[in-house]
Every structure is written in C-alpha cells, then in structure tokens.
Design a protein around this ligand. Sequence first.
Ligand code: F6R
Length: 260
Amino acid sequence: MKILIHDTAEAAEKDTARRLAQAVNKKPDSVLGLATGGTMTRVYEELVALYNKKRVSFSEATTFNLDEYIGLPAEHPCSYHTYMREALFKHIDIPEAATHLPDGMASDPDQAAADYEAAIHAAGGIDLQLLGIGHNGHIGFNEPSSSLQSRTRVKTLTEDTRRANQRYFASFDETPIYAITMGIATIMDARECLLLATGAGKADAVAAMIEGPMSANCPASALQMHQTATILLDSEAASRLANRAYYEYVHPKGDDSVQL
Ligand code: F6R
C-alpha cells in the first residue's frame, strides 16, 4: 500500500482527482471504477474543473460504478444513477452509453448482478478503481463479514450504513435496505485502486484497513493484498495510524508528485 497523508481534505481530494485524470491522460480508453458518497463529491468537482480547463477528456473512457440501491429507479433523486449524472457525467464529454451502474430496478437482481460482473470482464476489466470507505470498513457495499472472494451480488446494508446514508433520504425507513455491489474480488481485480478517506470519523476504519489484520470484519483490509493500492488521507483520517510517522517520512505531505 502506498499511504499518502495530506494536511487537508481539500488537498487529498484534489490529489485523488489529479491521479484519476492522469490515468485517463495516459490511457484515454481507461475503464474506470467509480464510487459515490459524500467523500467523492469534491473529487468530481475537481475533475469537472480539470475537464473545463481542457486538462483531461473522458470521450474514450468507460465507467462502472461500485453499487446501486435496490428499489430506486435511475431517476430517483437519491439513486446513485442520479448522483453520478449530477456530480460528473452531465458535465463532461463521456458518452452516456459508456457509463454503467448496476440496475437497482431489475426484476431479477441476482441475474442483474451477474450480468454486471460479466460486463466488467467484457470491457477488459477495470484499470483504475476509485474507492471510499465506510465507518465500518466497507468498500462498495461489502459490509463486514463479506467474503473476501465475493463478486458482484446483492447485499443487505447494515443499520450503521443505513444511518450514515439516511441524510440523503426523508427518513430512516425510506433508506434502502438492499443494494447491488461489486464484490471484494471484483474490486481486487482492478489493475489499480485509489481509496480516499477524509475526516476523523473515518480514522478507526482507516487504521483497521491499513494496520489491522486482514479480515472480512474490515472488508477494506483486503487491499493489503492489492499490489497497486494508493490510500489518500487527510490528517484527521490518518490520526489513528500507529505507523503514521513512517508513512509521512516516505511521502512527506502526501507528495509523490503527480503532474498533469
Ligand atoms: C459508494 C460506496 C461506499 C462509500 C462509503 C463512504 O459508492 O461504495 O463504499 O464510498 O460508504 O461514504 P461517504 O463518502 O459518504 O462517507
């Protein structure tokens, strides 16, 4: 794992966006794995800013999002389809047909999940996977106890995750219980992973991911086995790392010089 600790959330978010843009500049037909959630909104703002400054184009890229709620139509204001359209897709030059999210309204969600996994393979696999992390250590919606060998499938969300996501819905009862999510093995197949975590609320999950034992109890800890995983943190998210001084010695101020 490459662990880059920035002073501020803004610096970590901008670095994440620059790394994604750099990967697309190097390989314009990149297959990108994308994430949603509060952490990613400013990453997408920065990507849109880079696009507007003509520093990156997505015209040849393909995207696969990690997850989508079951039972929400794509047009629902709280669906991840809507999140991605509003945060990124409608602002950049990616063809709509090149963007993919699981179908939360499929009559057979298990089949939809299997089809999604097959579509990722058919596209040649994911070049760069963007990830956030839940307070409980989840990546995608792979909640604690998820098999580290899991593939895209239906998952039941924990109460903790539903409470964290309730802010987007009118009430807890309206917050979906099920989602289709890429599995941990699906994520691990990505040729490169970029995980961003900001804020003190993520510090325990980040410490478990990086320094805890690899365990299904902290699904993100599977990234310890990934050969090209970069973890971007702000100072608060890094605050519970026992070996923080070492990570900062290797990459002072999170700098390992990404240029666009
Ligand atoms: C979203 C996703 C989740 C989030 C995680 C963090 O597509 O896969 O794993 O990345 O729940 O969410 P925020 O950023 O809202 O704290």
